[in-house]
Write a protein that binds this ligand. Structure first.
Ligand SMILES: [Zn+2]
Length: 220
């Protein structure tokens, strides 16, 4: 997670608070959440747009967004965990005659949870000749999936390859987003353990996931 920008977006539901009240509201009620959290207030019409255009990026960093209701006093700052990100995933290699919303849904569910903000549409299946795509909600502590073996019918199975749009870093050793192999705690721990017990570390690979999952190839 190092180098990650976190942002908290204060949500304004409904139309009760007019534009004239927004500033006063912002000054008075933006909660002091924690160090390194930036809180901003945005107008209601922009909320949907903000949600639908996730993930947000800053260079190779991704912005994680949580929605805060300052009026909900039952939530403490620990309830805002920044533990999910919405990612548009391309699935390469699905033959045209086997493309369906059901199959897309099934693939997206393998990676994460279907996004509540991005309903699946026919255009996601047929707008591109080489891939189908959809948005899924991924827990950021989970490893991504780089390929899936699909059973298309009784005779045919096919491996399809996944690409994560707008994700700047994915560790190709452990599959977790937002760090590179060079900064992989899991890999470093394995190396340390080997060194401590006097074993070789030469057979520990850099990459266990396919480089096709993102643009940068995971190295800096
Ligand atoms: Zn890693």
């Amino acid at each position: 997670m190092e180098g990650n920008q976190l942002a908290a977006i204060q949500e304004e539901e409904g139309g009760e608070r007019g534009a004239g009240q927004t500033e006063e509201y912002q000054e008075a009620k933006v909660p002091d959440l924690a160090l390194n959290l930036q809180v901003m207030s945005i107008s209601a019409p922009r909320v949907h747009n903000l949600r639908a255009t996730q993930p947000w990026t800053m260079g190779s960093d991704n912005l994680l967004i949580e929605w805060i209701d300052p009026a909900d006093e039952s939530k403490t700052k620990d309830d805002y965990k920044f533990d999910h990100i919405y990612v548009s995933v391309r699935v390469y290699g699905v033959p045209k005659n086997h493309r369906s919303l059901q199959l897309l849904q099934q693939i997206l569910s393998t990676i994460g949870k279907p996004s509540e903000f991005h309903p699946l549409q026919e255009s996601m299946l047929f707008a591109r000749s080489d891939y189908i795509w959809g948005t899924t909600k991924i827990r950021i502590s989970d490893s991504i999936v780089d390929k899936i073996s699909l059973t298309l019918d009784e005779k045919n199975s096919k491996t399809v390859y996944l690409y994560y749009e707008k994700i700047g870093r994915i560790c190709l050793f452990c599959g977790v987003m937002f760090h590179t192999v060079q900064h992989c705690q899991k890999r470093n721990n394995i190396i340390m353990e080997r060194v401590r017990s006097g074993q070789t570390t030469e057979d520990i690979p850099f990459f266990r996931y396919g480089e096709w999952v993102m643009d940068s190839g995971g190295s800096e």
